[in-house]
Design a protein around this ligand. Structure first.
Ligand code: GLU
Length: 310
């Protein structure tokens, strides 16, 4: 791909970050800097109920502590926070609606609530479909008249989409069959993760998406959305997850947060440990992120998830 290389950090401030998030941030930064690219920091605070200022601030502090810098984005420019970008999502939504690619869904409140955050392992992605995809005009009018606010679903493309992941190789999906129609706007008006992340990667000129492999199954939908909206999809490079015996270390099941780690370790110690755990270093030793740039290569990074006992 010609043109500037643009990478991104895209954390969600629904909790403090943990080591698994930091590994994805480190690799996103190394990938971008090794290519001489520009780094964007986007704050994925789509869901007002789950986003907290303390978490937002901690994320910027965490990145600085690890020595990971960025060229544009949050917090210097508030326009890089998803909470401030609703008009852009609305415009994309209207373009999809004009092509009759969306329909209102009047059921399943819980799934509408979950849609603002990225899907995580173990979460069911295919909801089995619902009758709302086939409502007659009369049925739809009656539901609208009842005052129920619908969520909006995208008609999932019934086509084979292949993403050539830079680390895991070809990943093929038929979204209609494998994930079904999915929510792009919740009933409360909050735009969903899949739409927002696609619009943002497109409009921010992102050319390389590096993130945990739990989001590999979202990549074909995002590629399709970006291309349908007239953009060029970025290259995707997913990375291994860190596990601690219970599966993915996630904010939701609780783990050592960076709030704790930052008090106990220097950034170089954590960078050294992460680099060693994923295969970039042969032994564990403190190192600055900058020192890892010249020898960075995806070939050295393991593909299996990393079981980590701190
Ligand atoms: N904000 C998402 C998360 O923290 C990541 C989105 C992405 O990298 O596409 O899970």
């Amino acid at each position: 791909m010609s043109g500037p290389v643009v990478g991104r950090f895209a954390p969600s401030p629904s909790g403090y970050m943990h080591l698994g998030n930091l590994l994805a941030m480190l690799l996103a930064w190394l990938d971008c800097r090794a290519l001489g690219g520009e780094m964007v920091f986007r704050m994925e605070d789509l869901d007002p109920a789950r986003s907290k200022t303390a978490y937002r601030e901690a994320m910027a502090a965490d990145l600085r502590w690890l020595g990971l810098d960025w060229d544009r984005g949050w917090p210097e420019d508030a326009g890089y926070a998803q909470s401030k970008r609703t008009a852009l999502y609305e415009a994309a939504f209207q373009r999809l609606a004009a092509r009759e690619l969306v329909y209102p869904c009047f059921c399943r409140r819980s799934e509408r609530l979950a849609a603002a955050s990225a899907p995580h392992p173990g979460e069911r992605e295919h909801d089995g479909g619902c009758r709302c995809a086939r409502l007659t005009k009369g049925e739809r009018a009656a539901l609208e008249a009842s005052g129920r606010r619908p969520a909006w679903k995208l008609r999932s493309p019934d086509e084979t989409i292949t993403v050539h992941d830079g680390h895991y190789g070809s990943f093929t999906q038929n979204p209609a069959r494998d994930v079904g129609d999915f929510i792009i706007r919740r009933a409360d008006g909050v735009y969903a993760y899949q739409l927002a992340v696609s619009v943002d990667d497109m409009l921010m000129g992102v050319t390389r998406v590096v993130r945990g492999r739990d989001l590999l199954s979202s990549a074909p939908r995002q590629k399709w959305l970006i291309e349908t909206l007239g953009g060029t999809a970025p290259a995707y490079c997913h990375c291994p997850l860190l596990t601690g015996g219970e599966g993915k270390l996630s904010k939701r099941i609780g783990s050592l947060s960076t709030e704790t780690l930052r008090k106990e370790y220097r950034g170089e110690e954590i960078v050294g440990r992460l680099a060693w755990l994923c295969g970039l270093l042969d032994r564990e030793e403190p190192v600055s992120a900058r020192e890892l740039v010249p020898a960075f290569s995806w070939d050295r990074i393991c593909r299996g998830d990393v079981n980590m006992i701190l």
